[in-house]
Design a protein around this ligand. Structure first.
Ligand code: ADP
Ligand code: MG
Length: 236
């Protein structure tokens, strides 16, 4: 029975999140639901990458995270696992509406994140939507409030906030800003400000970026609350 096995204390129980992040090396040691553990095994993900090792304990414990690591370092799982686990622990269902929003700069990145979410969320019952330009917006407007996790580009998300009747984010638990430096480089700073104004302030926010520029730090100040810093530097 899936529910029962999720309640069973595992080797890494909730107390593990208070130990130092460096003690974790494998997904099996993290406090994740058995559904997520099974999906990770299906994908043959076993060992954590460096950014996952330093950011997942805080992300899973519900803290805001400012993460920095270069492209290809495994940031997607570093934010999607906390999203899926949080909504699962809250027993999120279709009536609860939009529980998490992931913002990424391009359609291609949104699509890639969506594919990873489909895999690691395969055994959960969360409805995920890809909210990007180039799709039928009218059809999207009718269905968007029934989604639980939105993977978005900034312009399209703001379009819904401006145009979609009853677009409802009042239940939002988590916001992820992926590739924040690129979002800002592409000129979306004001779009992001407008999005942040629309969202409830009481939420968990994970901000990931390849670089820590001044504009990223400004965005972090605006969007995060007492963040934990998780940075991976390139070794010589
Ligand atoms: P980033 O967002 O930092 O550029 P991605 O999340 O796209 O990186 O991951 C880059 C690649 O690494 C992907 O092909 C992904 O499947 C793989 N990957 C991520 N985490 C792990 C892991 N823990 N073990 C093995 N491969 C991983
Ligand atoms: Mg990425």
């Amino acid at each position: 029975n899936q529910e029962a096995s999720d309640e069973t204390p595992k080797k890494a129980d909730a107390t593990a999140t208070t130990t130092t992040p460096s003690t974790f090396t494998r997904f099996a040691e993290l406090p994740l639901s058995s559904r997520t553990q099974a999906a990770l095994r299906d994908c043959a993900y076993v060992k954590l990458t460096e950014i996952q090792r330093v950011s997942l304990p805080d992300g899973l414990a519900g803290r805001d995270v400012l993460g920095a690591a270069k492209t290809g370092s495994g940031k997607t799982l570093a934010f999607l696992l906390p999203v899926v686990e949080r909504l699962y622990r809250l027993r999120w269902s279709s009536e609860d509406g939009i529980g998490a929003i992931v913002i990424t700069p391009t359609r291609e990145l949104a699509f890639q994140i969506f594919e990873v979410l489909r895999k690691i969320g395969a055994r959960h019952e969360l409805a995920a939507g890809l909210v990007i330009g180039g799709k039928d917006v009218e059809q999207e407007k009718e269905r968007i409030n029934g989604m639980n996790i939105l993977v978005c580009t900034p312009g399209r998300l703001l379009q819904h906030m401006d145009e979609t009747p009853n677009f409802d984010c009042s239940n939002l638990q988590m916001l992820v800003l992926d590739e924040a430096d690129r979002i800002l480089d592409m000129g979306f700073a004001r779009t992001l400000d407008a999005i942040l104004d629309f969202l409830p302030r009481s939420r968990q926010t994970l901000l990931f970026s390849a670089t820590q520029t001044k504009s990223v730090r400004d965005l972090a100040r605006l969007s995060l609350t007492s963040p934990e810093y998780a940075a991976v530097h390139e070794h010589a």
